[in-house]
Design a protein around this ligand. Sequence first.
Ligand SMILES: *[C@@H]1O[C@H](CO)[C@@H](O)[C@H](O)[C@H]1NC(C)=O
Length: 494
Amino acid sequence: MLFTQTFGVSTAHISVAGVIVCLILFTLQRFLTLRLRRTGRERKASIAISKEKDKVKTDLPYLLQFPPSRRHVLATLPGFEKVDVQAITPEMLKSQALPTVTTPDFDKDGFYTPTGFSTQDIKALGRFPDYAALSGVRDPNPVPETWDITKAKFRPYRPFRWGYHQHMALMKYDPDWWVELTSSYHTTMATRRALLAQHGSKIFFQNPCASHASRELMEMVLSFLCNRYPQHFSLSSDQTLFHNHLLCTTTHLLQTDPLQVLFDNVPEDYAIMMRNETDGLYYLRAAIVCSSVGWYASQHRDAPLKSIHTHVPDYESKMAFSMDRWFSKLSTESPVSRCSWGLEDWEAFHTSPDPDRSVSGDTMEWTRSAFKGREDEVTVKDIKLRCDAQTLRRMPVSGAVVFNFKAIFWDLEELREEKYVPRLLAKVLKEGKRELMEYKCEEHVRQVAVRACEQWAEEQVEKGWVSREWEVGTLEESPFFPGWEGKWRGEQGF
Ligand SMILES: *[C@@H]1O[C@H](CO)[C@@H](O)[C@H](O)[C@H]1NC(C)=O
């Protein structure tokens, strides 16, 4: 009982933890598919190799495992035509790694990031290099001219999955949607400012080793904003001033901490994971996380992936290996997105664990429901669908891995008019794995939601929208639903 009240069950944990769980499932699935594709002979050969590997397996299997490098792209950039782009060997990357465990010295030549860029390269690239070329991910298209931020809405994520493809949790990353601005921009920014004033380094921290990664992230995000929303953001021609025409602010980029620049302008959360050169694993080194429910980002400061997920059942025994491997290889040009969800009886954006009710060192009690003690009063009108939309990408130069995510809320009642969605959600809530449903919502919320969804599903059958014979399964349009785009555009008038 106590455990269910600790930070382990929060929705926002699902935001980071859920990412991981689904990445793991994804990895396992891919792994299995690849295995099946292999011919018998190849399989025998691979078994022989893996036996060999087992023999030489050390305690640090990732020490010489580096992500794919795109340093060769340098030769295509102006001023770098003559650069020697020979691949750097893993041994060299290891022995000459820019440290994360001690403070790195970017003025010393001959040190390398995990993606093979040297300290000289970093200096020569300067500020705002061509990140589309370096990363292999194109710049976003500008929003349509008729797009109006005062009417803009998040796309209606309904990431419910059922059936065979349940594990396919990852969505195709669309370079137009790395950061999504809506009419909630001003209120979200104000909420974030208030949270920072209240919680400070609990929700915003960075280690010295992350300074280069933070600057790279900031430059990539500002470039994105200027390309995607040119009417709202611009950079001075020397790229030292960033103008935010929504907040009517100008930021001096040479005088402002890069993560602060992000915090002040972008309504998204960020977590930066960096490779530890002494074990090859990824550790949380910098974070701005406002949308956490029942936990603080700083609880995971400097933690490796593995210990961020101690509460995930079977993580250590079954998942840690695949996950670490997936991280170690994630390429710069293949970011991923996903979306996790939960149901709440209020708009739970941020809830801190209450230190006064601390049970022991790191187990803090918190209240998930807004109806504690009177759960039977909850009606469908109180229930919100919370989605945590996330992307995960490797930055090209620093090689750091960045999560960005945001919490989005909808009234559950919006689902009533969305074809197929109520029936699908009812199925998931009723028949989904119990432990998982407990993460996603409290029991009193689940019961109210199931009743409502079943009623709406029946209405849809009666209206002829959905056949009674429909065998419930993940929708082809997932994470959206049939007809979503027309409805969504209609509401915004473009
Ligand atoms: C880096 O990895 C080593 C070996 O696992 C570990 O002892 C050390 O604490 C890690 N360093 C940091 C700063 O997390």
